[in-house]
Each structure stands twice: as structure tokens, then as C-alpha cells.
Design a binder for this molecule. Structure first.
Ligand code: ATP
Length: 312
């Protein structure tokens, strides 16, 4: 299956700044993909290139299987886009904004278009704000209107640049819920700094730094991967059991965390799942009182990866 977004060796130079230095991106079709990276990593530059708003200096990119260099209208019409700073005519009413977007994306009888606008108002939770002027909307409502406008043409791919920025927790939650509702209907690719939100709603992650992909993959592999760390508590002569455990090929380190408690880091989750409990229970007169995987969150992993690239 072709990816929804595919880039190879994408480079972008602005005079002295190398904003992208050979970006290889792969966003699977149907995923909700969080695009992460520190300030200046190249996220907006990437999105602008994908949207045809800026040209790459080198490299190649395809959206929905079509080379962006061809700039086909057919492909463009299958993409919804919410820029970092969307602008609306402040005195326009919500329904008018959607009506205008519908004119750009939809054709067909007026009644069908009215139905679609009602569907979108319902989807983005603005049905009770349809007659309100844009200038009187909250930040979260404005962002949801922007998403409504972007999805009115039922795109296959929705690209959003920092959809949570500047929103309070309630506004963020509303936008998160909306992105979750789009799962299964289209591929969603969005940049964000709010790792907690990405962990909640994305099922695929791309991390960029200094214009290159540092890591990318499914969220579950990101959070777990092959390595896993376990908290262990033993009654009895636990020290001897832990020393023996340290000889297993799938154990990377063991560390005492207190009296009768340890952290065991394993490099092979599957072997650990099969062998850890058995190995711990093998000590004569020792009893396993706790065995618990320690889950790292996306923020820990992100910070490690970005620090690693800064050290290189
Ligand atoms: P942020 O999270 O702060 O929005 P970002 O990851 O989106 O950052 P970009 O906006 O893509 O990063 O910027 C990448 C690099 O390119 C930065 O060093 C930025 O200063 C530079 N840059 C971006 N646009 C231009 C431009 N038009 N002219 C010159 N340099 C630019």
C-alpha cells in the first residue's frame, strides 16, 4: 500500500539556512500521524512544501501516490489543509465560511450542499454557532471551524499545522476529540509541540530535528519498542536471583531501587515476557511480590531522541 505522504531526500535552503537537510518521511494511509520537533526543526517548511506553497531545493515528495511536482488539481482536491494561522473574514458568519468553502470543493444541487454544511456544523460541534460572526468565536471554536472548512470536501488527507497552539485545555480537548472522530475517515497529519496530546490521539509518530527525521513509526512501537523496563520486588534472597537474571542474554541492566526492589531493563520484550517471571520465581525461598512494566511516555522518548541528535 502506498503511503499517504512519502518524501525522499527533501531539502530546502533559505539563503544561509538549511531548513530541510534530506527529509525521508513515510506517513501510512489511514493513520493519525503526529509530526513533532523542536522550534525551527522544519515542520512548517515541510508542510508548506507538501501543500505546494513552497518549492523544495532538492528531493522528491508524493502525496496520495502522486508526485507533488506535477501539482495535479485532482490530488490537491483530495487534501484538506489548516495552516498555522488561518484567517477568516471577522464579520462573516460561521455558516457563510462553510458555504464559501463548499463552493470551492463541492458541486451538485444546492440542497445537497446545504446538507453537507449541516453535517460539518454537527461534526465540528458548531451547529449552535452557525449564525455567529467569526469575530465572536472562542479560539477552540475558530480552530474547529478551520477544520470544518478543511474537511468539507471529504478529503483523503488532512494536514494541520499546529492545531492546538494557543488553545486552553478545553479548546485543546475539543480539537483532540474532533481529530479522533476523523479516525478511519481520512489520513490526518498534524504538527504539534504538545506531546501529551499527540500521545493521546496519534497512532503514528514522526520526530524531526535540524531538518531531518530522527525517528518515525507506529505509536505502540515508539512507546514500547523492543526494550522494556520492569519494576521487580522480591521477598527473601532477591539479590542472588537478580545476579543470575543479569546473565540472561535478553537482560540489559539490573538496578537496585531500594530494599528488595529492582528495575530490570530488557532488550527483547518478547523474551522478557516469556522468561522474566520464570527466572524471578526460580530462587529457592524467594517470592515475587511485584512485577510491573514501567511505561515511558512520548515526552521521555522525544527528549531522549532530540538530545541525542544535539549531542552528535
Ligand atoms: P516552529 O515549531 O517554531 O514553528 P518549525 O519546525 O515549523 O518551527 P520552520 O518554520 O519550518 O520550523 O523553520 C525551519 C528553519 O527555517 C528555521 O531555522 C527558520 O528560521 C527557517 N526559515 C523558515 N522559513 C524561512 C524563510 N522564509 N526564510 C528564511 N528562513 C526561514
Amino acid at each position: 500500500m502506498t503511503d499517504a505522504i512519502d518524501t525522499r531526500g527533501l531539502k530546502k535552503r533559505y539563503r544561509k539556512v538549511e531548513a530541510l537537510r534530506g527529509l525521508d518521511l513515510a506517513v501510512p494511509k489511514g493513520s493519525i500521524c503526529g509530526f513533532l520537533g523542536p522550534n525551527g526543526a522544519g515542520k512548517t517548511t515541510t508542510i508548506r512544501i507538501l501543500m505546494g506553497l513552497s518549492r523544495p531545493s532538492e528531493g522528491w515528495a508524493a502525496i496520495l501516490g502522486n508526485d507533488i511536482g506535477n501539482n495535479e488539481l485532482g490530488t490537491r482536491s483530495r487534501i484538506g489543509y489548516l495552516p498555522q494561522h488561518p484567517s477568516f473574514f471577522p464579520r462573516a458568519e460561521v455558516r457563510d465560511v462553510l458555504r464559501f468553502a463548499a463552493k470551492c470543493y463541492l458541486s451538485g444541487p444546492a440542497s445537497q450542499i446545504r446538507t453537507r454544511i449541516d453535517e460539518i456544523l454537527d461534526l465540528v460541534g458548531l451547529d449552535n454557532r452557525a449564525d455567529r460572526q467569526v469575530k465572536n468565536l472562542s479560539g477552540g471554536e475558530l480552530r474547529r471551524l478551520g477544520i470544518g472548512q478543511a474537511v468539507i470536501g471529504d478529503p483523503d488527507l488532512l494536514i494541520l499545522d499546529e492545531p492546538f497552539v494557543g488553545l486552553d485545555p478545553e479548546g485543546r480537548r475539543e480539537v483532540l476529540d474532533l481529530l479522533s472522530d476523523l479516525r478511519g475517515q481520512m489520513t490526518v497529519f498534524y504538527s504539534s509541540h504538545i506531546l501529551d496530546d499527540v500521545q493521546r490521539v496519534a497512532d503514528h509518530v514522526v520526530i524531526v530535528d535540524h531538518g531531518m527525521v530522527v525517528d518515525q513509526g507506529p505509536m505502540n512501537l515508539f512507546l514500547g519498542g523492543a526494550t522494556a523496563t520492569y519494576a521487580v520486588a522480591l521477598d527473601g534472597d532477591g539479590g542472588a536471583v537478580i545476579d543470575r537474571l543479569g546473565n540472561e542474554p535478553w537482560v540489559q541492566t539490573t538496578r537496585s531501587t531500594g530494599s528488595g526492589t529492582w528495575e530490570v531493563e530488557t532488550g527483547d520484550r518478547t523474551s522478557a515476557e516469556h522468561g522474566l517471571l520464570r527466572a524471578l520465581a526460580s530462587g529457592n525461598g524467594t517470592r515475587v511480590t511485584e512485577l510491573r512494566p514501567l511505561q515511558r511516555n512520548l515526552e521521555d522518548i522525544y527528549l531522549d531522541l532530540v538530545e541525542e541528535t544535539n549531542d552528535d
